[in-house]
Design a protein around this ligand. Sequence first.
Ligand code: BG6
Length: 475
Amino acid sequence: HAQLKPFPQAFLWGAASAAYQVEGAWNVDGKGPSVWDTFTKIPGTTFEGSNGDVAVDHYHRMEEDVALMAEMGLKAYRFSVSWPRIFPSGRGTPNEAGLAFYERLIDALLARGIEPVLTLYHWDMPQALQDEYGGWESRRIIDDFEHYCVTLYQRFAGKVKYWVSLNEQNYNLTNAYQLGTHPPAVQDRKRFFAANHIAFLANARAIKAFRQHVPHGLIGPSFAYSPAYPASSAPSDMLAFENAEELTNYWWLDAYCLGRYPLAALNWLREQGEAPEILPGDMALLAEGKPDYIGVNYYYTLTFTDNPLGGQGLARINTTGKKGTTPSSGIPGLYKTVPNPHLETSNWDWAIDSTGMRIALRRLASRYALPLMITENGLGEFDQLGEGDQVHDDYRIAYLKSHLHACQQAMQDGVELLGYCAWSFTDILSWLNGYQKRYGFVYVDRDEQGGSLRRIRKESFFWYQQVIKAGHLLD
Ligand code: BG6
């Protein structure tokens, strides 16, 4: 890589997690239930009924986990705060034990020179607010979310510089209101766009409040960006690709960063009677709540072809870990997905495409003129704990290396990239896929039934340690 400019000195070499996926301690120290605590107990919702009651017990092993981060040399650690740990019923007086846990975590990170990147919302809505007014479906959440955010701003403004507002609103709400695979498991496109509009307003209000309380910090949403490709150069495929980019990506990104919705998509939704209700003042609020940077969660590209009326509608995602089982998914009349014959896939049918990451970063930096941070990127696979506690995850090293190389190329192309948080630090609970789909640099000895929860450094741990130490990719 001699011809490429080196990674900047201040580059945030990081790794990431989310509260529900690592903490466990689901009902400890005053925490209230989240929608995930409830949903995962409903038979048939997750792989072998797995849930985050214990997860990888990070709540009780935080010191050990941070010590491993320090050993690895991490410069940044992205984690999320569990809203119902702070407000057991969603609002009111904060639970001091919850705040104290995150304060201990933040202090432990800072003491080791690791920059905390704090995500305000990674899907674990307080169950109380879901019950009371339907969560994201009510405008009442805008005030409650702001109150929760301001509580964290006031407590941590002096310690945390980098903040993420909403994590993957697009992916979470697609599952929640279109596929019916995340709580509240609804399949209704009108309600989907209505909930998204309210989430945009909540995001903007939280960012506006941030300016006042954390004037020297940076905040932005993390977006699950799967750049669209056309299946061919046929104009019909090009049009399908344009439709998909607007309705699966720019709908969110334009709302966050430009304070407006993309034209053709909005028009199409109006024709369907599925456009969100836009009240006076809404668009002005979106315009006032623009982010400082875009958090990019990149895993794969998607390839689209045309889809005549009567064709394929939305389909479930692959939760089996068996290759070739993901059906095509789309909107009749607009687009549908097809496998990309040029790309290898993971066991969950996720296309492995490092060039797609370079394209993703360039599209975003060019369209929105904002700095970017990779807030997630990684490979979920079955890992084997071998003889002598070895985990030989060379496939993960290859994935991470090629994607980091793509980041470097994107920076050479002119993209301002603040950092790269690999998903994930330790193994985690993969929401619908249980503990079998592993992402971590650190293996956690547990499966759906449980386990010792022992931490074991994988081969990728030592590889990333070397990269961080050198500050560049080693050949
Ligand atoms: C993102 C989420 O969707 O990708 C993470 O922000 C998640 O929480 C990750 O774990 C990988 O997805 P999955 O379904 O393989 O766990």
